[in-house]
Write a protein that binds this ligand. Structure first.
Ligand code: MN
Length: 228
């Protein structure tokens, strides 16, 4: 059996401190998971059920560096997020067992074409054009939980050109990571290689060409991109 077109490359994250790779199957993202960010986007910060969208595995831009301003938008925003990587999947995973399914953690930017997302929201259309575009998910290496634990608190912060723009704490997540896995596994069959971007704290804003973004989740990793 031969493929009739070139086989797409397997998306993967490097495993920090090793020559190994973590193959990526799906990239789930949770929306409005920090109350202050829900408020800044004009929504109710109360605990509504979580909602999810996806980026494509080949949207990952591993390791940061120069990041080309995307096509078709004039309002591209940063959203700094903690990433969870699964080593085991399943359906209806109870929150109490959820962390047993986690391989490790990374730091990513959920880069967003806010103008396209806003137009889609207004028309009741899907968010894909705003969220799942080329290189829309700059991401660090993944750090095994055996090295970094299962972070549930710690500062998550982002500077643009040296000025602090996002400054939150992982403990401000409305839906905690085990709850998120429980909920998501009731909607989808999760599998090894799935990533979950866990939402962003307040302070999202637009990038311009020439800007340098530096995002840190204390105790996990940091990511720097330059918009070119
Ligand atoms: Mn996001």
């Amino acid at each position: 059996m031969a493929y009739v077109i070139p086989q797409p490359p397997q998306s993967a994250l490097p495993v920090a401190g090793t020559d190994d790779s973590f193959p990526v199957r799906r990239v789930y993202c949770v929306g409005r998971n920090y109350a202050e960010h829900a408020i800044e986007m004009g929504h109710d910060p109360n605990r509504e059920p979580p909602f999810f969208f996806q980026k494509c595995p080949d949207n990952l831009a591993v390791g940061g560096g120069d990041w080309p301003y995307p096509v078709a938008s004039n309002d591209v925003h940063w959203e700094l997020e903690l990433v969870v990587g699964l080593k085991e999947g399943g359906t209806d995973i109870p929150a109490a067992k959820a962390l047993d399914h986690v391989y490790g953690y990374a730091v990513a930017l959920d880069m967003t074409r806010r103008d396209l997302q806003g137009a889609a929201k207004k028309m009741g259309r899907p968010w894909d054009t705003g969220k799942a575009f080329e290189l829309s998910a700059p991401c660090t290496a993944i750090h095994p939980a055996s090295e970094v634990g299962h972070p549930s608190e710690g500062r998550i912060w982002l500077e643009c050109n040296g000025e602090i723009r996002q400054d939150g704490d992982l403990n401000q997540m409305i839906w905690k990571i085990p709850e998120m896995i429980e909920y998501l596994s009731g909607l989808f069959t999760l599998a090894p290689g799935d990533l979950i971007l866990t939402g962003t704290p307040a302070g999202v804003g637009p990038v311009q060409r020439g800007d340098t973004l530096h995002g840190v989740v204390d105790g996990v990793d940091e990511l720097t991109i330059k918009v070119v």
